[in-house]
Design a protein around this ligand. Structure first.
Ligand code: ATP
Length: 376
C-alpha cells in the first residue's frame, strides 16, 4: 500500500474552508448531577491522528464513547462524514472502537480473531482470508497467524486488536488507551508503528491517552481536556510552545510558572513583575495592559546556564542544588538567591565544554521570546 498525502502533510485544520470529517457541536454528557463532558465543540479532519489528552476522569473516554455510539449525549450533536449520528446505532456507524483490554477471543487463533467480523457480516471465507493476510502483513504478524492470544506478548496482542479493528475498513477508528498495557520501550516502538499504519491506510484515528509524551509523538493535533472541557486544541508544537492556560503549560512537559503583574507594556517589550524571580522581560502581548495579573511560563530548556555572569536581561543567580542525569540531557534544580527553585534542562553535549555540578554557583538566562504570558 502506497503512502498518500495525509492530514499530517496537508494540515487541513489550518484552512478555514476545509470541511471537517467529524463535527462535534456543544456535546454535553451528564451522569445524574455530574457533568462528565461539558459543552465540547470540536472539528476533526479526514486522515488525522487526533489525540484526546487529559488526566484520569477528565471525560476523554466518555467523549470517545459518544462518537462510537456506546454512550448517548445529554445534549449536542455529532456529525460524521456529513451524517448526524443521533439515531445511528454503534454497529451502523462508520466507526470501529479498539478497547484498552483488546477484547480478543481467547479460544480463537490470531487469524480467526481478525477474520471474525468479516465472516459475521457475511463475507465469503476465501475473500475474508485475503483481507486477513493483508492485515497480518500490515501489523507484521504473518508468522503468528495460528497462535492463540495467550501465546502472544502484550505488543503482539495489541497488533492483533488493531488488525481486527482495521480489517473492516472503518472510516474512523477510535482507540481508548491503545498502548496502555505495553511497557515504556515497546510503547515507544509501537507508537511509530501505529503512525505508519495510520498513514498507510489513511484512516482517521482518534486516540484517548493520559500520556502527554505519547500524544506529542502520535498526533496531528491534540485536544487537551480538563474537567469535561477541552482547554486547548492544537498541533503538538503549538500546545507545547504556546500553551493557552496554566493548566496546559503544566500538564504538557515541565515548566517554571511565575505569577506576577504587567508593570510595563511597550511596543517592543513587556515587563512582568514577579515575587518569585523579580522582573521578567517578555515579548509584548497585544491586549495586555499595565497592572494586569498574569503568569509567565518558562520551559526549562529555554534557560541557558553559565558559570560566569552573563550580561543582558532575564538573569538569575543561584546554586545548583540537584542534578539528575538523563543520558542525553540533565535536569538541574537551581536554588535562587531568594530561596525559590528554578528547573533547567541542558543537553549533555554542552557538559563536555562547561561541566556543571552540585553546589556550584550558577547563572541562568533566557530570551524575551522564551517566556509565555498566560492570563488564565
Ligand atoms: P480515565 O483515564 O481514568 O479512564 P477519562 O478521562 O477517560 O478517565 P471518563 O471515563 O470519561 O474519564 O469519565 C469521566 C467522569 O465521568 C469520571 O469522573 C467518571 O467517574 C464519570 N463517569 C463515567 N461513566 C460514568 C457512568 N456510567 N456513571 C456515572 N459516572 C460516570
Amino acid at each position: 500500500m502506497a503512502h498518500s498525502a495525509t492530514a499530517a502533510d496537508t494540515k487541513p485544520w489550518r484552512d478555514p474552508a476545509a470541511k471537517p470529517f467529524i463535527k462535534i457541536r456543544n456535546i454535553t454528557k451528564k451522569f445524574g448531577d455530574f457533568t462528565a463532558v461539558d459543552n465540547v465543540s470540536l472539528d476533526i479532519f479526514k486522515g488525522e491522528l487526533f489525540c484526546l489528552l487529559g488526566g484520569s476522569g477528565c471525560g476523554k473516554s466518555t467523549l470517545l464513547r459518544m462518537m462510537s455510539g456506546f454512550e448517548t449525549p445529554t445534549s449536542g450533536t455529532i456529525e460524521i462524514d456529513g451524517q448526524d449520528m443521533a439515531r445511528v446505532s454503534p454497529y451502523n456507524r462508520p466507526t470501529n472502537m479498539m478497547f484498552q483490554s483488546y477484547a480478543l477471543f481467547p479460544h480463537m487463533s490470531v487469524e480467526k480473531n481478525i477474520a471474525y467480523g468479516l465472516l459475521r457480516q457475511g463475507m465469503a471465507k476465501p475473500q475474508a482470508m485475503v483481507k486477513v493476510a493483508e492485515m497480518l502483513k500490515l501489523v507484521k504478524l504473518e508468522k503468528f497467524a495460528s497462535r492463540k492470544p495467550h501465546q502472544l506478548s502484550g505488543g503482539q496482542k495489541q497488533r492483533v486488536a488493531l488488525a481486527r479493528s482495521l480489517v473492516k475498513q472503518p472510516k474512523l477508528l477510535l482507540l481508548d488507551e491503545p498502548l496502555g498495557a505495553l511497557d515504556k520501550k515497546l510503547r515507544e516502538e509501537t507508537q511509530f508503528e501505529l503512525i505508519n499504519i495510520q498513514e498507510t491506510l489513511g484512516v482517521t484515528f482518534i486516540v484517548v491517552t493520559h500520556d502527554q509524551e505519547e500524544a506529542m509523538t502520535l498526533s496531528t493535533r491534540i485536544g487537551v481536556m480538563n474537567e469535561g472541557i477541552i482547554t486547548q486544541i492544537g498541533e503538538p508544537t503549538e500546545i507545547y510552545e504556546r500553551p493557552a492556560t496554566r493548566f496546559v503549560a503544566d500538564f504538557i512537559g515541565s515548566v517554571n510558572l511565575f505569577e506576577g503583574t504587567v508593570d510595563m507594556a511597550a511596543p517592543d517589550a513587556m515587563r512582568v513583575k514577579t515575587d518569585s524571580v523579580g522582573p521578567i522581560l517578555v515579548n509584548p502581548v497585544p491586549g495586555l495592559t499595565q497592572g494586569q495579573k498574569v503568569t509567565v511560563a518558562l520551559r526549562p530548556e529555554k534557560i541557558t546556564l553559565s558559570r560566569t555572569q552573563p550580561s543582558g536581561n532575564n538573569i538569575l543567580h543561584g546554586m545548583v542544588e540537584d542534578v539528575a542525569y538523563m543520558g542525553n540531557l540533565s535536569i538541574y534544580r537551581v536554588r535562587l538567591d531568594n530561596g525559590n527553585l528554578l528547573k533547567v534542562t541542558r543537553s549533555n553535549r554542552l557538559a563536555e565544554q562547561e561541566p556543571i555540578s552540585w553546589d556550584q554557583e550558577i547563572w541562568g538566562q533566557w530570551s524575551n521570546a522564551a517566556g509565555v504570558v498566560l492570563t488564565s
